[in-house]
Ligand binder design. Structure first.
Ligand SMILES: Cc1cc2nc3c(=O)[nH]c(=O)nc-3n(C[C@H](O)[C@H](O)[C@H](O)COP(=O)(O)OP(=O)(O)OC[C@H]3O[C@@H](n4cnc5c(N)ncnc54)[C@H](O)[C@@H]3O)c2cc1C
Length: 425
């Protein structure tokens, strides 16, 4: 059978594309390598699926992207903004409602009302299954793809062949998967001659070389993280940072990690600075500590610092400031206190690497946006071919931005492919 539309990848963007196209009466197949479609969705938002973000509003997308760095591309920023303006958070919310799902917001982050990612995956799968002309083939890994005589031919790992008039590449990225589960959609893109940028882990932990980290494993602390590349400020975020034996983790670290990944790949030096008391300026912190010491001159420095910081951090900072743990804080000279404050406001880490793809939530890199018409996600040079979701050279920060990109691109591609098959029939 020759299908109107074939989709490789039954994830967030592939299911959205299938649903949008099937609603226009196109015959559609999805090839999904896992035993069920939408598996990655189950892990999103810690199982709750943070599916969009209220700050993604079509009237200010350009401003939002430029001011917050919520999205990044190594290719065309204009194309990225065009896509996001065509399908914003209100469209994502409407899509959930159309699937029968209520939603709610935590701050700007949108979740299904049930707080269950499984509800989103199930609703999408069922909605696709309701269409008689949509077939989902699971346990089928596309290994080869070609275009012959106006048709796309897809060969799966077991040798089964699928033919379609239009093809949507929706393979996502290897981020967050176990090593044995990783396939690389970039190989398929390469077979069709698409230009790509290498994939690197993003939204991932940072590995650092400081020996004292082994003493801080397990500590969680409120902090502001600033990332420096070649000693120049690159990005910052604030929230709960987790210290591990090998480095830094937690949402604010994830948010800046893409810049570290890209810089390290180019062999550039990267450092991360933690401001452990971001709510106070240096002067105020010094005055605060001086006041506490004044009230408790017999306490040791770790005890004084333990009043604001995790005790393990208090110990390490005392050592880094070259102060004896036995010394009474009341006998500390102003230089000693100055050293402590400086470290608390700017604890420096040399970043030697990032977590690997298994520890990342997304990848930075992918098919260049210059290849794509952002009105409908079609590949400019190859009629009938589309690329969606994380396969594209766009990555978002935590907060629902990546799924939003998946819904937006899936919906645009599905709509265009559905319309084209309708016109062709
Ligand atoms: C742990 C974790 C938590 C996350 N949490 C969030 C969150 O809360 N909010 C958010 O916005 N984003 C989140 N993300 C990111 C988000 O899940 C992805 O950006 C999004 O799923 C990408 O959609 P996609 O359609 O491009 O790819 P996917 O959803 O990954 O779908 C791709 C599908 O293609 C299949 N496939 C791949 N290659 C082949 C092949 N050769 N043949 C057949 N099938 C193939 C895969 O099995 C997969 O089902 C999270 C990611 C991870 C790993």
């Amino acid at each position: 059978m020759i299908y109107d539309i074939g989709i490789i990848g039954g994830g967030a963007s592939g299911l959205t594309a299938a649903l949008t196209a099937a609603r226009q009466d196109a015959s559609v197949f999805i090839l999904e390598k896992e035993k069920a479609a939408g598996k990655k969705l189950l892990a999103t938002g810690n199982g709750r699926c943070n599916f969009s973000n209220l700050t993604i509003r079509r009237e200010n997308i350009g401003e939002m992207v430029r001011e917050t760095g919520a999205y990044r591309t190594g290719s065309s920023e204009t194309a990225m903004i065009t896509v996001l303006s065509a399908f914003d958070s209100s469209d994502a919310a409407a899509m959930m409602e159309a699937l029968g799902l209520s939603f709610h917001a935590r701050g700007d982050y949108l979740y299904p009302r049930s707080d269950q990612a499984a509800a989103v995956a199930d609703a999408l799968r069922w909605a696709v299954a309701e269409h008689k002309k949509a077939d989902v083939f699971c346990h089928e890994t596309a290994e080869k793809v070609s275009r012959e005589k106006g048709l796309f031919q897809v060969t799966a790992a077991g040798g089964r062949r699928f033919s379609c008039r239009q093809l949507i590449l929706a393979c996502g990225s290897p981020a967050g998967l176990k090593k044995e589960k990783m396939t690389n959609g970039m190989d398929l893109a390469g077979m069709l001659g698409l230009k790509t940028r290498p994939l690197y882990p993003a939204l991932c932990p940072l590995k650092c070389s400081e020996a004292f980290l082994s003493r801080l494993a397990g500590v969680r602390t409120a902090a502001a993280v600033s990332l420096y590349i070649d000693d120049h400020f690159a990005a910052a975020d604030r929230g709960e940072v987790q210290l591990t034996a090998y480095g830094l983790s937690g949402i604010p670290v994830f948010q800046v990690s893409r810049y570290a990944s890209l810089a390290l790949a180019e062999g550039r030096p990267v450092t991360a600075h933690l401001d452990l008391v971001p709510e106070m300026g240096q002067k105020d912190l010094k005055a605060h500590l001086a006041e506490v010491i004044g009230r408790h001159p017999g306490h040791s420095m770790p005890m004084i610092l333990g009043g604001i910081l995790n005790r393990k951090l208090a110990d390490v900072i005392t050592d880094l400031a070259a102060i004896s743990k036995e010394q009474k804080a009341g006998s500390l000279d102003p230089e000693g206190l100055g050293r402590v404050v400086k470290i608390m406001k700017k604890m420096r880490f040399h970043v030697t690497g990032t977590g690997d793809l298994t520890q990342a939530q997304v990848c930075t890199g992918g098919v260049l946006l210059d290849e794509i018409d952002p009105q409908d996600m079609s590949v400019r040079r190859i009629p009938g071919l589309y690329v969606t979701g994380e396969m594209l050279d766009v990555d978002g920060i935590c907060g629902g931005f990546n799924l939003q990109w998946a819904w937006a691109t899936g919906s645009l591609a599905g709509r265009a492919a559905g319309r084209r098959s309708h016109d062709q029939s």
